[in-house]
Design a protein around this ligand. Sequence first.
Ligand SMILES: Cc1ncc(COP(=O)(O)O)c(C=O)c1O
Length: 343
Amino acid sequence: MPTALETELAEKVISMVPNVEKVRFVNSGTEACMSAVRLARGYTGRDKIIKFAGCYHGHADAFLIQAGSGAVTFGSPNSPGVTPGTARDTLLANYNDLESVETLIKANPGAIAAIILEPVAGNMGCIPPEAGFLEGLRALCTRHGILLIFDEVMTGFRLAPGGAQEALGIRADIATFGKVLGGGLPVGAFAAAGEIMRHLAPEGPVYQAGTLSGNPLAMGAGLAMLTAIEADPEVFSRLEQKTAYLHKGLQSALEASDLPFQINRFGSMISVHFTDIPVRDFESAATGNNPHFKTYFHGMLDRGIYLPPSAFESYFLNDALSYEDLDLAIASAGAAMSRNATR
Ligand SMILES: Cc1ncc(COP(=O)(O)O)c(C=O)c1O
């Protein structure tokens, strides 16, 4: 049974996110991505999807093929329990590598329903899309009748009120959301133009439902969060400035360590990889999963700074962090990795 709060939140999402006319609420980012892929398959009548190595879209079977985040941290990017049949329908491309996508499309003519990706990757550390990558994907999808799914579970309502679609000026066919949207409670959502969403049950044949979807508690929290964001549009530039400040500070603190490192940042997403090659895809990100990361993580923890506990996670700044907090983090990074520290 729908609630008034659900409708109110749906209207708010539609007013903030570009290019969407209808939204369906679920309970997690996993559900949102899983349902978006089913909708894309139902809409196109095709079976296969393309995902990118190192991108994480939740723990549904189809996504546990070279997944990032915890899946790769704990050493099981290809999970046991996922059948070969499911794995066969998930094709794997390399992030920031359009050619790898074109090759897959050529090899599977008329078979690909959707390309799903994190428009700014956060599950192999922060990896921004290089110039032309998203534009190229958009063009390939339009040319081949493939739906482009932006997984905005991390980027949604974080990079801009309209997420990465707004921040980067690229239109996706379906966008998925989670995290921020729930204001701390379990919420996910997927949204698209009415022409696509009308294929969903009960209007259309693609089944999706959930007992707790759209429950008033979660909808209330989401509504409070989006209302707060709307009332304070400066929050995005404030967060970006704080992240740029952290970036600059970490850069000079870590330079003193003589260790190779890379800092990637986009908006309020940032990460440090201890490697000497630019981090632009999963393979390069994996070179930073090494003992230096462990030294850094524990050195920071010992000094009271709790970072994401994986070399494959982005940091996300929140607005409660003060410049004093950031100074403490920067000084702690310098101390944790200094040549004199035991590392
Ligand atoms: C980009 C992205 N998509 C999907 C998910 C899955 O969301 P959930 O953990 O809410 O199922 C995550 C979770 O970290 C995520 O980062």
